[in-house]
Design a protein around this ligand. Structure first.
Ligand SMILES: Nc1ncnc2c1ncn2[C@@H]1O[C@H](COP(=O)(O)OP(=O)(O)O)[C@@H](O)[C@H]1O
Ligand SMILES: [Mg+2]
Length: 289
C-alpha cells in the first residue's frame, strides 16, 4: 500500500471514531504456523460457545487460500467478500446467519490478500467491517496459516492473537517460527497459546511446556496459555454433518473445552475503547511495529 493510501485510511479510521460508539468488537485473530491443525474448527467452536454466553459474534473467514468456515457450518454463501471489495454488494448483504445468531463474513478462495487491496476496495472493506463491529462483541478472524507478510500484518493489528498448535512435532516447530516472527515485530504483544487435538491432558501439557521452554530460552518470551481442546471423534462426526460440535454434541469433551475457553476469554479480554479503530489504523499503516 502506498503511503498516500495509508494516510487516507488512517484519517478515515480516525474520522469514523467520532460517530462510532465508544466500544466496538474485540478483534481476535486465530492463526497457526501450519495448516490442518484445527484452526477453523477452533474458530467455529469458540464462536458458538461465546454466542451461548450471550455474546454477539461475527466471524470473518480470512483464509483465502482455503476458505471453508461456511462449509463447516453448513452454510452456502451466494455472495462473498469479493462482491464487497468489487463494490457490487455491501457487507450487510453478504453476511450469513449461522447457528445461535453468529454472523459469518464468507471469503472466497483465491481473492487478493486483505492487505494488498486497492484504495477503493479497502475503503469498502473498512466501512463495512466498521459497521459490523459496532453491533458485535467479538470479531473472530480465521486467518491463513504460516508466516506470510499479509497474515503477520493482520495478526499485528488484531487486539488478541490465538496461536493454535497440535502436539505434533511439525506443528510445534511451525508454531515456534510464528512466535519468533511476531516477537521480532513486537516483543510486548501478548500471544495466547491453544493446544488442539491432544490425545490426553498430559500430552497437551508436554506440548505447552516444550514450546514455553523454547520461547523463554531463545526469545525471552512468555506465552499465555489459553487452554487445550482434546482430540474428539465427535468433532469429525459434526464436521461430516456440516455442523459445529458445540451445536450437535454440546456435552462432548471438545464442546466442554470450547465452553471453558470462551469463559476464559470473556473473563480476560476486556472491551477496549477504540479497539476496532486501532485495528484499522494498524492495518492501514505501512509498518505496524
Ligand atoms: N480436536 C480435534 N479432534 C478431532 N479432530 C480434529 C480436532 N481438531 C481438528 N480436527 C480435524 O482436523 C482437520 C483439520 O481441521 P481444520 O479446522 O480444517 O484445520 P485448519 O483450519 O487449521 O486447516 C479436520 O478434519 C478436523 O475435523
Ligand atoms: Mg482452516
Amino acid at each position: 500500500m502506498s503511503g498516500d493510501q495509508a494516510s487516507r485510511l488512517r484519517a478515515m479510521a480516525q474520522g469514523q471514531r467520532q460517530d462510532s460508539p465508544l466500544f466496538a468488537a474485540r478483534v481476535v485473530a486465530i492463526t497457526s504456523g501450519k495448516g490442518g491443525v484445527g484452526k477453523t474448527n477452533v474458530v467455529a467452536g469458540l464462536a458458538l460457545s461465546l454466542a451461548k454466553l450471550g455474546q454477539r459474534v461475527v466471524v470473518m473467514d480470512a483464509d483465502f487460500g482455503l476458505a471453508n468456515l461456511d462449509i463447516l457450518l453448513g452454510l452456502s454463501p451466494k455472495f462473498t467478500l469479493e462482491h464487497v471489495l468489487r463494490g457490487e454488494k455491501v457487507m450487510e448483504e453478504i453476511l450469513l446467519e449461522g447457528p445461535l445468531g453468529i454472523r459469518i463474513i464468507p471469503a472466497s478462495s483465491g481473492i487478493q490478500e486483505l492487505t494488498r487491496l486497492d484504495t477503493m476496495s479497502e475503503l469498502r472493506l473498512v466501512q463495512g467491517l466498521q459497521r459490523v463491529a459496532e453491533t458485535a462483541d467479538w470479531l473472530l478472524i480465521d486467518t491463513a496459516a504460516g508466516i506470510h507478510d499479509s497474515v503477520i500484518k493482520l495478526l499485528m493489528a488484531a487486539q488478541e492473537v490465538i496461536l493454535v498448535t497440535t502436539p505434533e512435532p511439525t506443528s510445534l516447530v511451525d508454531a515456534y517460527a510464528m512466535v519468533k516472527v511476531l516477537h521480532l515485530r513486537e516483543a510486548t504483544k501478548p500471544l495466547w497459546l491453544l493446544i488442539n487435538n491432544g490425545q490426553n491432558p498430559d500430552e497437551a501439557q508436554e506440548t505447552i511446556d516444550q514450546l514455553q521452554a523454547a520461547t523463554e530460552r531463545f526469545l525471552g518470551k512468555q506465552l499465555q496459555v489459553l487452554g487445550m481442546i482434546p482430540n474428539d471423534p465427535h468433532l469429525l462426526q459434526a464436521v461430516r454433518q456440516q455442523h459445529s460440535v458445540a451445536d450437535l454434541f454440546p456435552h462432548s469433551p471438545s464442546s466442554r473445552a470450547f465452553s471453558a475457553l470462551a469463559r476464559q476469554l470473556l473473563g480476560q479480554v476486556s472491551l477496549q475503547p477504540d479497539g476496532f479503530a486501532s485495528f484499522w489504523r494498524q492495518l492501514a499503516s505501512e509498518d505496524p511495529t
